[in-house]
Design a binder for this molecule. Structure first.
Ligand code: G6P
Length: 489
């Protein structure tokens, strides 16, 4: 049939995705080998397995940022930034990596996402000194706006008509509204993996910025949180700072509604146990056993983030050994504190403090045949799994934490039951609380007493509690967690 007249057709979005995920860190990372060639590694974790499952039918695209020089090289070299189209094995998911320029990325990621928004929602500012919102900070904020805009542009381009888009975390709080402006047809969800601050703390942000963050998120059809506590705080912020109406589980503003949901992310027991059954974990378990000897293991495993409260945890252990000398020579505190965000000076200083307090404890208590503490600050995932298997006591005492998956992994991996000392300020306390020893994370003496109570718990009770904790921890594994969000959209 001849085509006549003015041709105005909208091309079908054939190659476009029906499901999209957006997050700062993607499922793959690149580094340059000694030969100058790009080497790719695939990350693990809940989001990766959940999205890979959703992506199995090939209809999903994961949009992420290039985090460093090698990532940027790979993204620049891939057609349209699509790594899968450049022949990289991205494990089932189609990945679009955004080669955002280095300056913009660093300012958005370090100064705004990590040093401002993450601090606000963990209520961690040392307020006599920080924050201080000056002209330099406003330039960083502009970088965050540009970074979020780059995500909105890429998502708008990749999404099929009426596609579902799941935007992740505090790096991308403006993206939902920016994306809605570009593509009103899309179903957009946002999920926050951190806590959320009460309005009085949140309003420390410059007024226009606080409102932009909330309005950015309300561009979504649904916003998700890990705990009802964080969801309630978010709703209160919207009411107080934006004058929004909140009714039932929705927030209404400007003729639109956003549903507020809680999805308490859990762990995948089978995946975790299968990983822990690998030989590299067995080798590390034996090595740890040799180092610990017959002592009972009090274990903690954290990324060294300021919220993890490692220093107070060490001080609590010191107090335990002082107040209850009967434990000396019979316990070892295994402390794995992995590096995190070493671009931020506060984080480097914190790691140094952890090491200093650990040395003090060794100096005070070590004997010729007993070392009270085993501290490692290098990342070793299989070694962490091995330690969680051996733990008789697990200490998870964050000042504030969106969820804390270590508290959930411990009971699932435990070989012989584990007594969990858990901060009441972790999202995980919602589900695990009754079978843990809950503590106020600021109360060092109470934490020491909780460690003592954990060591004194009869083995049968410890095992029974562990079975219940493992059941609660696995109630919503990553795949179902992701599925639940898609269903809501
Ligand atoms: C912390 C936050 C998480 C976030 C993660 C990102 O753990 O609590 O919500 O996803 O950092 O870490 P990254 O290494 O990518 O900055």
């Amino acid at each position: 049939m001849p085509i006549t007249g003015h041709l105005s057709v909208t091309l079908p979005r054939v190659q476009q995705a029906k499901v999209l995920v957006a997050s700062n860190r993607g499922p793959v990372a690149f580094r340059l080998g000694d030969d100058g060639a790009l080497r790719m590694s695939r990350g693990g974790g809940g989001l990766v397995s959940g999205v890979s499952a959703a992506a199995n039918d090939g209809a999903a695209v994961w949009v992420c940022a290039a985090l460093g020089y090698a990532d940027r090289m790979a993204a620049d070299a891939a057609p349209g930034g699509r790594l899968d189209r450049a022949g990289h094995d991205t494990g089932g998911a189609s990945v679009r990596m955004l080669p955002i320029d280095e300056r913009t990325f660093e300012d958005a990621y370090n100064a705004i996402a990590n040093a401002t928004l993450w601090y606000v929602n963990h209520t961690l500012f040392d307020t006599p000194r920080a924050p201080s919102f000056d002209a330099q900070w406003s330039r960083y904020w502009q970088a965050y706006v540009d970074y979020n805009t780059a995500f909105a542009d890429a998502l708008a381009e990749e999404a099929a008509d009426n596609a579902q888009v799941l935007v992740q975390d505090y790096h991308l709080m403006l993206t939902p509204a920016l994306l809605r402006e570009r593509r009103p047809d899309l179903r957009i969800g946002h999920f926050t993996h951190t806590p959320w601050a009460e309005p009085s703390y949140f309003s420390m942000l410059p007024d226009d910025v606080g409102r932009a963050v909330l309005a950015g998120m309300l561009g979504a059809d649904t916003v998700g949180f890990l705990s009802p506590r964080w969801a309630e705080a978010f709703v209160l912020c919207c009411v107080r700072l934006l004058g929004a109406d909140a009714g039932g589980t929705s927030i209404h503003r400007g003729g639109r509604s956003t549903r507020v949901n809680v999805h308490a992310l859990g762990v995948d027991a089978e995946e975790l146990r299968t990983r822990a059954a690998q030989p590299d974990v067995a080798v590390r378990r034996e090595a740890l056993r040799r180092r610990i000897g017959d002592s009972r293991a009090i274990v903690r495993v954290d990324r060294t983030e300021l919220s993890k409260n490692i220093v107070r945890g060490l001080n609590a252990y010191r107090e335990l050994l002082r107040v209850h000398p009967e434990h000396r020579g019979k316990v070892v505190h295994v402390v794995f504190a992995y590096p995190s965000r070493h671009d931020l000076p506060d984080y480097r200083a914190y790691t140094a403090e952890v090491q200093r307090v650990a040395r003090e404890i060794e100096d005070e208590f070590a004997t010729s045949d007993w070392n009270p503490l085993l501290l490692e600050v290098n990342d070793d995932y299989p070694r962490s799994l091995a330690a969680l298997e051996l733990a008789e006591v697990l200490v998870v005492n964050p000042l504030r934490d969106g969820m804390n998956l270590v508290a959930k992994e411990g009971p699932v991996l435990s070989a012989d039951g584990v007594a969990v000392v858990l901060s009441r300020e972790a999202g995980a306390a919602d589900e695990l609380g009754p079978d843990t020893l809950l503590v106020n994370p600021y109360d060092v003496s109470a934490t020491a007493e909780a460690m003592h109570a954990a060591l004194s718990m009869p083995a049968a009770e410890r095992r029974e509690r562990t079975a219940r904790l493992a059941a609660a921890a696995t109630a919503l594994p990553p795949r179902q967690w992701l599925r639940a969000q898609l269903d809501e959209l």
